[in-house]
Write a protein that binds this ligand. Structure first.
Ligand code: FAD
Ligand code: NAI
Length: 475
């Protein structure tokens, strides 16, 4: 007899494993299936985020930032180190340890919450009475049933047409996180989130980095003023970003990679590099799910079609995270996972898409929530803007990191906060205050009137809120 569950979750990335835990907390009998294997062939739950995404990239960003500080900034503090060297194998090994701690943490959480974990590929067999049959193809093969199924199968890196990833010379995010030695020359295609984060890691470690971007504008989704400030900082660091290029032929050989492209002036350029990272976005992953067997509807991009509540076209089948519409972010996947589990339980789970924060973990960090100035203009919304530079913030001066600013956008009439945009130190942490404020529909004046600790970077947030009303105290 096949094992029967109330809820079967396919995929144990942030969307899936969080949905499974929340469903178990709500009293359901839950199974979670995930096929990711670690180097020894064992289970490695956590998905892209844990294995080849958020977590390992932040580990490498941290190591490379320490290296950069030791090389270039310690001297300002009176610390001399002599020649600083980087053991790349050790850095990558540390990153792998951090990943494993997270994989093990999820397995522990499954046990703690009594979620039954299956290691293998999950695919639909057929609709069954009161639910669905799902095959698990792992070390052994078995069919389980679920009254409700949550699909959280994530996404894969998008390759350039005709240029598959070989993970040796032409790298996706996976290979980019496993480079064994600092390349002398590193090329990247796409100056989005991965391009900037990975480009920063290897630039800090000494690679000559060139990022080729197809669009004529830098970080088009980011508030223009913030993107401009960030670009200035990256230029100063020597991160070479070429905008408005058209990538042509890509050849690989013993010596690495050659990228032929046309630059913004229309000139033909040939770029040699030891490695090429292609970071041009990601595609939803439904490979091996056997969606056809049950008539699950996909759109033209291969994403699973869902409504605002993450319901698919099939009764009792839900989908969350990167495999559905919306931003491809771990915290968005998690929130959808929680909301779906609660909806299955008859509760009113909710995800507010207007307050999902974005963070780019470069130095300076870039973080934002809500609408940009250009969006407000396009939407015809009357707004007030207030900015405050970190240059005028005491804590930033003490840290030795005064790049960037905090920017508030508030409704001209009601003063409700419509967007907060930060480029600068610890923007990733500072943005939380703005998210909370927007969730509570706060006005800029609410933030301006709240006591913020001194000296702290968060005072720049308060001052930017004061700036909306043209009454900064420290600038
Ligand atoms: P995934 O994390 O992709 O998990 C899907 C899981 O399902 C995988 O484990 C996969 O093996 C499994 N699976 C797929 N099909 C099957 C099947 N048929 N049977 C069994 N298992 C299956 N987001 C952030 O918010 N912050 C960041 O800092 C950040 N950094 C990133 C850095 C990089 C380099 C990359 C590539 C991404 C980053 N992201 C970041 C994005 C984030 O990783 C994704 O948004 C997030 O992982 C999506 O979660 P998910 O659960 O939808 O899917
Ligand atoms: P992206 O969408 O952020 O950036 C892709 C870039 O490539 C864009 O600027 C696009 O214009 C450019 N591009 C596309 N096709 C091109 C071509 N043929 N030639 C030149 N340029 C081209 O995608 P990226 O960086 O691959 O990351 C994927 C997703 O992963 C992100 O959108 C984000 O959702 C997630 N992610 C989130 C992170 C975070 O939250 N800190 C970190 C890394 C990834």
């Amino acid at each position: 007899m096949s094992q029967a569950f109330d809820v079967v979750v396919i995929g144990a990335g942030p969307g899936g494993y969080i949905a499974a835990i929340r469903a178990a907390q709500l009293g359901f009998k839950v199974a979670c299936i995930d096929e990711w294997k670690n180097a020894a062939g064992g289970p490695a739950p956590g998905g892209t985020c844990t294995n080849v995404g958020c977590i390992p990239s932040k580990a490498l960003l941290q190591s490379s930032e320490h290296f950069e500080h030791a090389n270039h900034h310690f001297a300002d503090h009176g610390i001399s180190t002599g020649k600083v060297t980087m053991d790349v194998a050790k850095m990558v090994g540390r990153k792998d340890t951090v990943v494993k701690q997270n994989n093990d943490g999820i397995l522990y959480l499954f046990k703690k919450n009594k979620v039954t974990f299956f290691h293998g590929r999950g695919s639909f067999v057929a609709a069954a009475e009161g639910g669905y049959q799902v095959k698990v193809a792992g070390a052994a093969e078995e069919v389980i049933t679920g009254k409700q199924v949550v699909i959280a199968t994530g996404s894969n890196a998008r390759a350039l047409p005709g240029v598959p990833f070989d993970e040796e010379n032409i790298l996706s995010n996976d290979g980019a996180l496993r480079i064994g030695a600092v390349p002398k020359k590193l090329a990247l295609i796409g100056s989005g989130v991965i391009g900037l984060e990975m480009g920063s890691v290897w630039r800090r470690l000494g690679a000559e980095v060139t990022i080729l971007e197809g669009l004529p504008t830098f970080l088009g989704a980011v508030d223009e003023q913030i993107a401009k400030e960030a670009k200035k900082a990256f230029d100063k660091q020597g991160l070479k970003i070429e905008l408005g290029v058209k990538v042509g032929e890509i050849k690989t050989g013993k010596k690495g990679v050659n990228v032929a492209y046309t630059n913004a002036k229309g000139e033909a350029v040939s770029l040699d590099a030891d490695k090429l990272i292609v970071s041009i976005g990601r595609v939803p992953n439904t490979i091996g799910l056997n969606a056809e067997a049950v008539g699950l509807q996909l759109d033209e991009r291969g994403a699973i079609v869902v409504d605002g509540d993450c319901k698919t076209n099939l009764p009792g089948v839900w989908a969350v995270g990167d495999v559905v519409r919306g931003p491809m972010l771990a915290h968005k996947a998690e929130e959808e996972g929680v909301a779906v589990a609660e909806r299955i339980a008859g509760q009113h789970g909710h995800v507010n898409f207007n307050t999902i924060p974005w963070v780019i973990y470069t130095s300076p960090e870039i973080a934002w929530v809500g609408r940009t100035e250009q969006q407000l203009k396009a939407d015809g919304v009357a707004y007030k803007a207030g900015t405050f530079p970190f240059l005028a913030n005491g804590r930033a001066r003490a840290l030795g990191d005064t790049t960037g600013m905090v920017k508030f956008l508030a409704d001209a009439k009601t003063d409700e906060i419509l967007g907060v945009h930060i480029v600068g130190p610890m923007a990733s942490e500072l943005i939380s205050e703005a998210v909370v404020a927007m969730e509570f529909k706060a006005s800029a004046e609410d933030i301006a009137r709240i006591c913020h600790a001194h000296p702290s970077l968060s005072e720049a947030t308060k001052e930017a809120a004061l700036a909306v009303d043209k009454r900064t105290l420290n600038f």
